[in-house]
Design a protein around this ligand. Sequence first.
Ligand code: G6P
Ligand code: MG
Length: 220
Amino acid sequence: MIKACIFDLDGVIVDTALYHYQAWKRLANELGFDFTEHQNEQLKGVSRVRSLELILGWGGVTKTQTEQTELATRKNQWYVEMINRMQPSEILPGAKEFLQAAKAAGLKTALGSASKNSSTILERVGLLPFFDAIVDGNHVAASKPDPEVFLKGAEALGTDPSECVVFEDAIAGIQAAKAGNMKVVGIGSPEILTGADLVVPGLHEMTIARLQALDSISTK
Ligand code: G6P
Ligand code: MG
C-alpha cells in the first residue's frame, strides 16, 4: 500500500534551475569562461560541490580545495539573494494542489532534496507546512544516485521504502529512488527519464488515482 510521497524540490515543486544557472554562469564569467544551457542540464540534481567541479572542468580551470570552497560560497550568496525574493507564484503548476490532495488522502509527505537551501525556498513560497519531514543536503553524506536522501525521508516518516513514491526530475534522482526500493514518478520527458515507473510532464498531471495505480507495480 502506498503510504507516503517524497518530493525532490528543484524542478518538481519550484523551478529554481534558472537561478542556479544564473549564479553559476556569473561565477564562470568571472573566471573568464562561459557554459551553455545544455551543459547546465547536467547540473540538475547534482550537489553544489560536484556542480563546481564539473563547471571548472568545462572551463579547464584548476583551483585548490580552499579556492573551491570560496567559489562555492560566492555562488551560493548570489543564489540566496535570488531565492530570498521568490514568491508563491513561482511554485510549479499543480504542485500545491497535489500536495493538498496527498494530505487530504492521508498520505505522509517528505522532501528529499540535494539542496542546502530547501527550507528557505519552501518558506518563501509558503509550502513548508505541507511537509511532515524535510531531508536535504544538510542531512546527507552521499549524493543521488545514492538512495540516502530518500531512505532518510522514509525513515523520518516511519514508512517502509516500498510504500513510498518518489517524485523526481533528474535521472540521478530516479536511480536513487530505485536503488532505495521505492516507486518513482518522473517529472519531465519519458525519453529522458527512462527508469521511472510513470512519467508526467508536471504535478498538474498527477492525481491520487494515478498514484494508487502504482501500487500494483513491484519495487523488486
Ligand atoms: C538540487 C539542484 C542542483 C543543486 C543542488 C544543491 O539538486 O537540482 O542544481 O546544485 O540541489 O543545491 P544548493 O542549494 O545546496 O546549492
Ligand atoms: Mg530536481
